[in-house]
Design a protein around this ligand. Structure first.
Ligand code: NAD
Length: 390
């Protein structure tokens, strides 16, 4: 159980790039990173507008001298301070991730980067090489990867409770962009602009989340072939899609399908993972994150609740308030940031044994997300055909 006792060797001095005033995800990073005092925000280049970014940093209580106009100035100045930052989170639009992540690694910083990590697999592999060479970690913000019931699902699959895995159903499909809201929302607008969003909208923005959850729960599955179709139901969004369906054939014969959608009218979030085996199925839905449905063929369905003693130990160790009270996105993110902070500290002291025991979406996960989007776009743009996964 996580009981708010201090983490030895922490907090780590930490900064943010992006995540400024009114940003969507900035507050979630700050709250999750500092919840267990694993990281402490001491500096930032929070905004594309330097004046607004500085004012915002000061409102967060930071020393005015450590509220920087841009990330380059921050990395340079912080490197000269004895108490300078050791880690940075990147919560800016997608087109900037590669260059900021690269600069951070070259500055010797640990990184937490928003998804998608970058635009191409070639770029992602460059970041992987750099993180290895600099011996710095890169974590990727797949928030629900920190939810305890993901550990439960992973254990149940590993112990064969589902039998042979046959079908994986993944979904992240909300309705918030059923109309052309981008006309009035800058945060929606950049997501539909290839210059800022990259080669995809919903595939990268939404699809990579359940894709990573599937990789976490089913580490043995490897995509062999893929077929994707994508559409822009709001025509002005073309060439980027607001709906996509991807069909995946895994090595060994299992099948997967992923629906990413921003025009699912009436749906709030709709992030789901359903794993179907020869004996039983598991299903998790982010709108009821405290429950994992376990359906055994021929028996009444069971609902496993977060925090209960019958769960696997790995699914109980990051419990914060016991069973019954609801935990959700903020706790999952806090668990993830706790693991990021532990991984940074283990790396800094050269403790590879401890590092090997910490599970978090790492640079390889970031690479795989980018690779998947690239393959989906390749298939969709060739007319929705089967392609060999590469
Ligand atoms: P947003 O448009 O709401 O906010 C972006 C912020 O970055 C703004 O404060 C902006 O001023 C700042 N910014 C832009 N360029 C900058 C630069 N060069 N230097 C410093 N600051 C800069 O966007 P958002 O919705 O918060 O998304 C940001 C990133 O987070 C995106 O990559 C998005 O895909 C990702 N995201 C992830 C999740 C998740 O669940 N992991 C959820 C939402 C968004």
């Amino acid at each position: 159980m996580i009981d708010a006792t201090p983490m030895p060797g922490h907090p780590i001095a930490w900064a943010m790039v992006g995540g400024g005033q009114d940003s969507q995800i900035g507050p979630v990073h700050r709250s999750a990173a500092q919840r267990d005092h694993g990281l402490q925000l001491v500096a930032g280049a929070f905004d594309i507008d330097p004046v607004r970014g500085r004012q915002f940093g000061e409102r967060l209580g930071l020393d005015a001298q450590r509220c920087y106009a841009d990330y380059r100035a921050m990395f340079e100045a912080e490197a000269r301070r004895p108490d300078g930052i050791r880690a940075v989170s990147i919560a800016t639009p997608n087109n900037t991730h590669f260059e900021i992540c690269r600069a951070a690694l070259l500055a010797g910083l640990h990184v937490v980067c928003e998804k998608p990590l970058c635009f191409t697999t070639a770029e992602a592999l460059q970041l992987l090489e750099l993180s290895r060479a600099s011996r710095r970690i890169v974590g990727v913000a797949y928030g629900y990867a920190g939810h305890q019931l993901m550990e439960q699902a992973r254990e149940m699959v590993a112990q064969g409770e589902l039998g042979e895995i046959r079908i994986v159903q993944m979904q992240f499909s909300h309705g918030f962009h059923s109309e052309a809201v981008e006309a009035a929302s800058a945060a929606a607008r950049w997501r539909m602009d290839p210059a800022h969003a990259g080669p995809s909208y919903v595939l990268g923005d939404l699809g990579t989340h359940p894709l990573y959850l599937s990789q976490l729960v089913l580490p043995g599955l490897e995509i062999e072939r893929l077929m994707c179709s994508r559409q822009s139901f709001i025509g002005s969004r073309a060439p980027l899609e607001d709906n996509a369906l991807a069909l995946m054939q895994y090595r060994g014969g299992a099948m997967g399908y992923l629906w990413a959608c921003a025009v699912n009218s009436g749906s709030m979030h709709g992030q789901r993972l359903r794993v179907i085996g020869s004996k039983a199925s598991l299903e998790w839905w982010d709108e009821h994150p405290n429950q994992l449905r376990h359906e055994i063929q021929g028996r009444p369905a069971q609902v496993l609740d977060r925090g209960m003693d019958y769960l696997h130990p790995a699914a109980r160790q990051e419990d914060r308030i016991g069973a019954g009270h609801a935990e959700g996105l903020f706790e999952a993110w806090a668990n993830l940031y706790r693991r990021f902070a532990l991984a940074m500290h283990a790396t800094d002291r050269g403790d590879s044994l401890a590092l090997g025991k910490i599970r978090y979406p790492d640079i390889q996960a970031g690479v795989e997300g980018v690779r998947w989007v690239e393959n989906c776009v390749r298939s969709a743009d060739a007319g929705g055909v089967w392609i060999d996964y590469r």
